[in-house]
Design a protein around this ligand. Sequence first.
Ligand code: N01
Length: 531
Amino acid sequence: MEHFDVIVVGAGFGGIYATYRYREQGFNVHCIDSAADVGGVWYHNRYPGARCDVRSIDYSYSFSPELQREWRWSERFSAQPEILEYANHVVDRFGLRPLISLCTRMDKAQWREEAKQWQLETNTGRDIRCQYLVLATGPLSYPHTPDFPGLESFGGECYQTSRWPHEPVDFTGKRVAVVGTGSSGIQSIPVIAEQCVHLTVFQRTPNFSLPSRNGPLSDEEFEPIRQIYEEYRTEMRNNHAGQFMPDAGRSKPAAEYTPEEQQAVLEYGWERGGIGVGGAFSDSLTNQDTNDIIAEFIRSKIRSIVVDPRVADILCPTDHPVSTKRPCVDTGYYETFNRDNVELVDVRQDPIATITPDGMRTQNRHFKFDIIVLATGFDAFTGPMKAIDLLNGAGEHIMDRWQNGPRTYLGIMTSGFPNLFQVTGPGSPSILANCIIAAEDDVDWIGRCIAWLNEHGYNRIEATKQAEDEWVAHVAQVADYTLYPKANSWYMGANIPGKPRIFLSYVGGLQNYRAIAVSKAEAGYEGFEIA
Ligand code: N01
């Protein structure tokens, strides 16, 4: 039997920092991950074109001034290999590798009330006990594979973007299908199109996608930030998205601009690149009329890029407001549909009926493929919980508590599950913000909480049912103030058949969330039962 103060599950960006931070605090900490190496989503999501859609100088750790001054990103939006290299660099630079057990999956965890500890079972047969269990399993880590009839009968190669093989996939001379047009599809489609003989894209819902304007990160751009990186980080932390937003606080409701000024604001955002256009006005996500202006602007851009008006029409989103599904950031996505070797199929008009040994049959047609790529997304937040036998002291599974949707207090703890913390859990800003900064905040909060418990001679903490109920209601109330609930998005759990429809993240902003979480801690962990 092995005993630790803290077990961290997941060696992605949240888990790596948690392992570092809790070791620095003097805890006996260990991290486990089922993958063969560190990096979390960036280990698994190695599909062609994978890169971050938040600028790399923002999407990187802020906890170490030395680290952020030493590391030099090569591009504005770095590609997956460089991000994975960075994760490995951090692990080695801070000597964390001995604290991480790879290829180790937590199959079961149960709270033992009499011992006040968690008991873990792993696929490797280890019997691990820990006082505090920290889940850094990631909001977007559990793949969603649609239940297409005949999928297992396909005789060609079939890949999922979220579980991409480590060996190169050769598309040369191949007829390829990509199913799904979320961020993963939109990033991979232009790259695959350049390599294969023919690509068919199966689109169910068109997405708003914005050009990244990616390119090499020049010294002129980076050096001034490197000089003041700490002040830059402070500014980043103090806005709702946890990233540098030069226009934050300066934008106004759309109605306060003339139509010409509105178009100029949107053109500026489009040319600058990244997700800025989606939030160009201060009421972009709360006022349908404002959102309609942005939506029409993006549709006009799609129509100006895509030569075939019929194809442009299929690519134009009309069924959800801008940014209520995660906006995509692309490199040449719409231009790809001008290629002779690319075809777009609208599966709302012609649904996928079955996968066949040599391809795919829709209601109206039969396609022959050598390779099928499923870019069909994730079971966000709850997927990893379903995969673990996560039981409280009474033997109740956490998913039984979450039958009507995930329930947390501050996104960090669930009542009935003592000493179990989540990093970027449901009900936290996580996926609506810069996830690395959000994870650092959560890890710090949890670290301070455990230190406080130790200092005061406590060994058990649990969210109260009342505090949890109030937080769940608050998260829903803030979301209802926005346009987000109008979309059938993974934010709403709508991409998974049968998943309860509730908004999964905290829309109130990273800086507000941090202020609330810290105030509860400073008030002696208000909303928690301490023993
Ligand atoms: O997944 P998605 P993703 N038949 O759920 C379609 C982050 N991320 O992996 O919209 C046909 O967005 C589905 O259709 P619909 C980012 O937060 C970040 O692309 O449900 N189609 C949709 O088009 C992102 O939001 C980066 O109607 C089916 C697609 O599959 C999140 O991860 C890169 C279907 C899934 O899109 C998820 O993105 C990549 C079916 N049965 C991802 N089932 C960065 O840049 C699903 N679809 C950092």
